[in-house]
Write a protein that binds this ligand. Structure first.
Ligand code: P1T
Length: 389
């Protein structure tokens, strides 16, 4: 374990990102916490070991990552998983047959698929509503409702849900309130501070930030809930490798500076797109025209690096993507490199047409994960791609 005197929980975000739980390692003094690339640990005698027995259950590198992410979310207990989907699947195991979940209707396609095509088979019931309207959530409540699952901002429409308002409802009814905080990262939004019970991430995205790891995480405050998640993490076994944990730890150190640059670039691009005749609509919570702009200012400390734009038709989206030279057409988001995604054919292909059209996910929609390249090059790239559409 890292030197406890170096557990800097009283510090501000950027300092915690670099120091919380991170080292120096207590045996050698290594400033960068080592990769404990081992599956198993020697027992001293039957029933007695040095705190670790088997790496599915716990691993020192993973533990440092879990403590660091918990500190960044201002929570008490962190859990790392092999992917964002492994994190969400494990949280679903907190429920049992007959339980009802109210979920944001515009979700990452993989989350929708897990709920609709997998979890329903095990007797869980889901109601998908636009959670940005609180009345939709209260209207969907049942005696059997055990979880409210909120993605905010949503992928890819960038709609926001009022986390505090939902947590007031969930606390009154004793319902678990889960927030997928992947799009904002804890740098811009900390759901536990707003009353959520569980905040979760695809660490594949901003937390790792370099498009070289698939990972997930969940953070909670409640000790009983932490015990249950820890049990399920070990029982179901969707854990990350020590090397992947180490890569995420390395990356988190630069999260604050990366997020600031992602946002600065995204805001410039959102403003640029708003003034282009080829673009019918821009979805970015940092634009005053965004329907949830006021909530965005209240609940987040920034607007993030994700935005979407309506180009009007699939052929136009195709041409635009083909014209880009810096932006890469690829799934995923949150990395230093700028990516373009066509949600209907890529990340959200699993969502039925009538459902996706309800929240505006058309064939002409493109999603930008704005990287931290020089903004002049990004604007030039988008400009020429629109000019030649
Ligand atoms: O890919 P994975 O690490 O398993 O994370 C799943 C996930 C969960 N939640 C949100 C909000 C996500 O965006 C994702 C993954 N999303 C993409 C791969 C994408 O391109 O949108």
């Amino acid at each position: 374990m890292s030197d406890k005197s170096h557990n800097q929980n009283g510090f501000k975000f950027a300092t915690k990102a670099i120091h919380a739980a991170q080292g120096p390692e207590e045996i050698t003094g290594a400033v960068t916490y080592p990769i404990f690339q081992t599956s198993t640990f020697a027992y001293l005698e039957p029933g007695k070991h040095k705190g670790y027995d088997y790496s599915r259950t716990a691993n020192p590198t993973r533990k440092v990552l879990e403590e660091n992410l918990a500190a960044l979310e201002n929570g008490k207990f962190g859990f790392a998983f092999a992917s964002g989907m492994a994190a969400i699947t494990t949280l679903m195991l907190l429920l049992k047959k007959g339980d009802h979940v109210i979920s944001t209707h515009n979700l990452y396609g993989g989350t929708y698929r897990l709920f609709e095509n997998v979890m329903k088979k095990f007797g869980l019931d889901f109601t998908f509503v636009d959670t940005s309207e609180i009345g939709n959530v209260t209207g969907a409540l049942r005696d059997s409702t055990k979880m409210i699952f909120v993605e905010t901002p949503t992928n890819p429409m960038l709609n926001l849900t009022d986390i505090k308002a939902i947590s007031e409802i969930s606390k009154k009814q004793n319902i678990m309130h889960v927030v997928d905080n992947t799009f904002m990262s804890p740098y811009f939004q900390r759901p536990l501070e707003l009353g959520a019970d569980i905040t979760l991430h695809s660490t594949t995205k901003y937390l790792n930030g370099h498009a070289d790891v698939i990972g997930g995480a969940a953070v909670v405050n409640d000790e009983n809930l932490a015990e249950r998640i820890g049990f399920l993490q070990n029982a179901a076994g969707g854990v990350p490798s020590p090397f992947d944990c180490w890569l995420i730890l390395r990356s988190v150190k630069t999260l604050a500076v990366r997020m600031r640059q992602h946002e600065e670039n995204a805001l410039a691009i959102a403003n640029f797109l708003e003034n282009r005749k080829e673009v019918e609509k821009v979805y970015y919570p940092g634009l005053p025209a965004h329907p949830h702009y006021e909530l965005a200012k209240k609940q987040m400390s920034g607007f993030g690096g994700m935005l979407s734009a309506e180009l009007g038709a699939f052929e136009k989206a195709k041409k635009f993507a083909a014209n880009l030279r810096v932006f890469i057409l690829a799934e995923s988001l949150g990395g230093v490199e700028s990516l373009l995604c066509h949600p209907v054919s890529m990340t959200h292909a699993v969502v039925p047409k009538d459902e996706r059209l309800e929240f505006g996910m058309t064939d002409g929609l493109v999603r930008f994960s704005v990287g931290i390249e020089d903004i002049d090059d990004l604007l030039e790239d988008i400009g020429q791609a629109l000019d030649n559409m």
